[in-house]
Design a binder for this molecule. Structure first.
Ligand code: WTA
Length: 644
């Protein structure tokens, strides 16, 4: 594989950026020509942010898995596509070559067909990090079914909501998953999620942990049995391994993410643009060279795993590591062992992981070489300078460029980032936009910021002026919501929900969300979502949730709650509320602090003054701003005094 569109110098970056803005159709048309299409597009880009309507490569026909697999077979058949590192380091590694991956994907595609899955059907995937998860994802894409992967840390209730929203008819899951010292009973969670569900017809269960599971006749089948049936008769079966030829704008997947309202939204990505964008950003930001080993530590349940474990690396013919476990098990040297074991070239992880590993000091690094590393990346939340320097010094040994990649579920791939060793790196700055990304900062009214603040930076809300190939196309089943969420805050612009600074060189520093979305350990969680879950608890009258700075998680969840009374004491009620949130959303949304209050600070019109609550949670009680519109200012005093 060669990547003729790989940018090699700052000059080339500037040129590419300029071209991408002046003539986006020519720019992206040239890049897209490097992929396998069954039919060339009629028009590179149609767009209107008012409607909103966005089409890339309209009229083009392709299958993304042909680009991930088939086209590599002549030259890369024996090369590892996926190297799987099990949770338990004593267990055998699995190396899946391109040839093997192709075969397994074709087989499982046939399994899906045998079970009635057709183009456009929604298949929910709820599995641990095993290679079969990647097979399932790619098999869906191969036959044109829309995959919707749900992260293993979500509860039955969250899954049930997503199944209903997507009207999913099929589920692929595991009996259980291993994560560190824990076994997670995935199938049992699915069983709970299916109580009352009316759409799901078939559940395919892969055996991983041999946890006892219930299997319902007519609905649940074993992965192994289905695969055996295909391998025994399959390759001769009609249509085996055959690709569904997709329109560039056919949906590829739905991925649910949190916004400022209570209900997570189903972000929809399509085939053509997403393929080009994940590949282009992968090859450029990480400066991937053929033969290198790429280790993205994310879970495939999140967008980072979709784009930088599966689609970006595989379209590039790369070797991608898939790690089942967690960074701190059996000890805090696990990542470093994996890097040495497979001679990893590129490590892509989250600031929260770096901070947590920093906390173990340098002992876990003793005896680890890390000499294979060439590039380091971070994603998911702003990285503080201390963590950046630790990463650079102790992991990269000051010889690996660190790329700080800002992007979102909605953007499909990296948006603002330095390019490893090609454009400058500045600690805690994401720096320059990728070619095609027209980023700007606006004030509350949507006017571009043209004046610097006292520190010499432009400061405002981050928007994007024009579409890039990886932009989401809609929110599943609710196009109006897509419009309201992203294109209504400011006219004719995509609003990211983030605030940022820009300097004179055009470098961006992302400061964090400006809407009611928290970023806890790099996971997006809506405050309204957590409040709804807390309010489900029988004794809760009302609640307000805000974020506060947390040393390791980046942000912690702080809940102010009013109750009708305590069961036993405060502490046991607190535990009950945490348990409730865990049941309704999942363990990732558990509040870190719950402060019981007699009332919430409200304005005369009944609106909760979150600004005040946020300040108190952050410990900035001396400067609460204007509280004159409060109905009862005495609550604020009480809350301040009771701060946890
Ligand atoms: C935040 C993850 C600062 C941001 C790919 C964004 C970041 C949200 C960075 C999206 C970064 C992501 N620096 N903040 N490098 N990367 N964010 O959808 O607030 O899970 O809006 O996508 O994470 O989270 P999501």
């Amino acid at each position: 594989m060669s990547y003729p569109y790989q940018i090699k110098s700052l000059e080339e970056y500037k040129k590419a950026y300029q071209q991408s803005i002046e003539d986006p159709e020519k720019f992206w048309g040239d890049i897209a020509s490097n992929f396998t299409w069954r039919r060339r597009w009629d028009k590179v880009l149609n767009w209107d942010f008012k409607e909103p309507k966005i089409e890339w490569f309209a009229g083009g026909k392709l299958n993304i898995t042909e680009n991930c697999l088939d086209r590599h077979l002549p030259s890369l058949a024996e090369k590892p596509a996926i190297i799987w590192e099990p949770n338990n380091p004593e267990e055998r590694t699995r190396v899946v070559t391109y040839e093997r991956l192709h075969k397994r994907v074709c087989q499982f595609a046939q399994v899906l067909k045998n079970n009635g899955v057709k183009k456009g059907d929604r298949v929910c995937i709820y599995m641990g990090m095993v290679p079969e998860l990647a097979y399932a994802v790619l098999a869906c894409a191969r036959i044109g079914a829309i995959h919707s992967v749900i992260f293993g840390g979500f509860s039955a209730q969250s899954i049930a909501d997503r199944l209903e929203d997507a009207k999913a008819e099929f589920i692929v899951t595991c009996d259980g998953a291993y994560r560190g010292g824990k076994d997670i009973p995935l199938k049992s969670v699915i069983d709970d999620a299916l109580i009352g569900n009316k759409t799901v017809k078939r559940v395919i269960v892969y055996t991983r942990t041999r946890t006892p599971v219930s299997m319902i006749k007519g609905r649940d089948v074993w992965w192994e049995d289905e695969m055996r049936a295909v391998t025994e008769s399959g390759e001769q079966a009609e249509g085996y391994g055959q690709i569904e030829v997709m329109d560039a704008e056919d949906p590829l997947f739905i991925l649910y993410t949190s916004g400022s309202t209570g209900k997570p939204k189903g972000v929809v990505h399509t085939s053509g643009g997403y393929m080009v964008w994940t590949n282009y950003t992968f090859v450029n930001a990480f400066q991937y060279q053929p033969g290198q080993v790429h280790f993205c530590t994310a879970d495939i349940g999140w967008i980072t795993g979709h784009s930088y474990i599966i689609y970006g690396p595989l379209t590039a013919g790369a070797t991608s590591i898939m790690f089942e476990g967690v960074p701190t098990w059996p000890d805090a040297g696990r990542f470093w062992d994996i890097i040495d074991k497979y001679k990893v070239d590129i490590l892509y992880t989250a600031p929260t992981a770096i901070r947590s590993l920093m906390g173990f000091g340098l002992d876990p690094l003793k005896g680890k070489s890390l000499a294979s590393l060439k590039v380091l990346g971070t994603v998911g939340e702003p990285i503080n300078e201390e963590a950046w320097h630790w990463y650079d010094e102790h992991i990269g040994k000051k010889k690996c460029p660190v790329v700080d990649t800002w992007w979102q579920t909605e953007t499909g791939g990296l948006m603002i980032t330095n390019l490893a060793g090609v454009t400058p790196a500045v600690p805690s700055w994401a720096t320059l936009p990728m070619p095609g990304v027209q980023a700007l900062l606006v004030d509350e009214k949507g006017q571009e910021i043209t004046e610097k603040d006292a520190d010499g930076y432009y400061k405002g809300n981050l928007c994007i002026k024009a579409p890039w190939p990886g932009i989401l196309r809609t929110t599943y089943g609710d196009h109006e919501r897509f419009k309201t969420n992203y294109f209504s805050t400011y006219e004719n612009m995509y609003f990211t929900g983030d605030g940022a600074l820009r300097d004179d060189q055009g470098f961006f520093r992302i400061t964090g969300r400006v809407d009611d979305v928290l970023n806890v350990s790099g996971h997006r969680i809506g405050t309204a979502e957590v409040e709804n879950a807390i309010n489900m608890h029988a004794s809760v009258v009302e609640s307000a949730v805000v974020g506060y700075p947390h040393d390791i998680k980046g942000q912690g969840i702080y809940a102010y709650v009013t109750v009708t009374g305590f069961r036993g004491d405060e502490q046991s009620t607190r535990q009950d509320i945490i348990q409730t949130v865990s049941r309704i959303i999942g363990p990732i949304a558990k509040p870190d602090k719950i402060q019981f209050v007699s009332g919430l600070p409200k304005t005369r019109s009944g609106k909760i003054m979150r600004r005040v609550l946020r300040k108190i949670a952050e410990g900035e009680t001396s400067n609460l701003g204007d509280t004159s519109t409060l109905l009862d200012p005495s609550v604020v005093e009480e809350i301040k005094n009771g701060k946890l």
